[in-house]
Ligand binder design. Structure first.
Ligand code: SAM
Length: 350
């Protein structure tokens, strides 16, 4: 899977992510982004996720989705499956992760018409207070209420535009932090169930260097499942190959819920994600150090044959050895110097 970041900027300031608010210099052009997608697809990537920062702030989003359509698989399967969907037969799926604040009805229709298959919206609380805290909104509860209303409207707009939650085309992401918004777990699950949307509960991760991550602030996926299961009995469905989320079925027919256990139960071994930042640096891990990135721009200059970009990406992929989520769990010498700093999430593309 290729996760392509379109911008490092965001319209929110979630303390667990803390975007820079400015773009790195040297953003890729539309044509350069298309070349990156073509190279990744030629190397076997079947899925493209557009992200950021907040990708709805990026110019040329719909143009990009249209421009990569020649790379699409000739027999694009209906996008209802939940599997990993790779397979080297062209681009099968294009998805977008957004906080939804800017998703008007018109924008949702434009994205659908351009060829976007799936949309994941992020929402970390079901009350104004919780949303404001998690999104870093200065205006408190009232500002949180306003954002919550926008995201709920965005869910309705996406559905009306044709993103069908029953086919896995519309999902909700929520980061859960112990002591901060873990009281929102059941209310968020209820909100998602009412709307027939799969909720993906994400463990608070130590991405970047400035979100104040501590192990104690992680509510493990196992504990999330336990709390959910005590309210609505659950049946495990497991984790698809290369997927981040383990999925559960509500036994009462309330649909699906998923947990992403990237801290408590890492899945580095079958991670298939290549990340390319808005300024064209390729990374093979969400927890990468800035220095480990490969600047693709030399291969994105006019006249450089596409095979050279493919070779560069293939070399990076063959050499990848990152497994930070597993290494994090190894016992550490308390006197040892801290490891190298990680790149920030909003820059890497979440
Ligand atoms: N702005 C878009 C959004 O809000 O969905 C896309 C980018 S955002 C970085 C992608 C996802 O990463 C969001 O669902 C966000 O909640 C999640 N995320 C960011 N920082 C995180 C952290 N420290 N731990 C877990 N998830 C995080």
């Amino acid at each position: 899977m290729l996760r392509l970041s379109l911008t490092a900027r965001c319209n929110l300031a979630c303390p667990y992510c803390l975007p820079d608010g400015v773009e790195p210099p040297g953003l890729l052009s539309l044509g350069q982004r298309v070349r990156v997608v073509e190279a990744a697809v030629a190397l076997g990537a079947g899925r493209l996720r557009l992200t950021g920062g907040e990708p709805l702030l990026a110019s040329g989003l719909e143009e990009l989705i249209r421009a990569v359509s020649p790379s699409r698989s000739p027999a694009v399967a209906p996008s209802g499956g939940h599997g990993s969907g790779e397979g080297g037969a062209g681009l099968r799926e294009i998805s977008l992760t957004s906080n939804g604040a800017l998703l008007t009805a018109e924008r949702a229709r434009a994205l659908r018409a351009s060829g976007l298959n799936r949309l994941t919206l992020s929402l970390d609380g079901a009350t104004g207070e919780a949303v404001a805290t998690m999104a870093g909104l200065p205006g408190g509860g009232a500002a949180g209420e306003a954002l919550l209303a926008k995201v709920l409207a965005a869910i309705a707009h996406a559905r009306a535009a044709g993103f069908d939650p029953a086919r896995g085309e519309l999902k909700l992401n929520a980061v859960i932090q112990r002591g901060r918004n873990d009281d929102q777990l059941l209310p968020l699950a209820a909100l998602a169930r009412e709307r027939g949307v799969e909720l993906r509960l994400i463990e608070f991760m130590d991405v970047g260097n400035r979100n104040g991550w501590r192990p104690e602030a992680v509510l493990s996926a196992a504990e999330m499942v336990e709390r959910l299961g005590a309210r609505w009995p659950l049946e495990p469905l497991g984790r698809d190959p290369h997927a981040t989320a383990s999925r559960w079925l509500y036994r009462d027919g309330g649909g699906l819920v998923a947990v992403v256990a990237s801290v408590s139960a890492p899945f580095c071994g079958d991670c298939d994600r290549l990340r390319v930042t808005a300024d064209g640096i390729a990374f093979t891990c969400l927890f990468a150090t800035p220095a480990s990135g490969l600047d693709l721009r030399p291969w994105l200059q006019p006249g450089v044959p596409p095979e050279e970009l493919r070779d560069a990406l293939a070399g990076l992929w063959r050499a990848r050895a990152d497994r930070w989520s597993e290494e994090r769990q190894a016992p550490r010498d308390p006197g040892a110097p801290p490891g190298p700093a990680h790149a920030e999430m909003a820059y890497l593309g979440g």
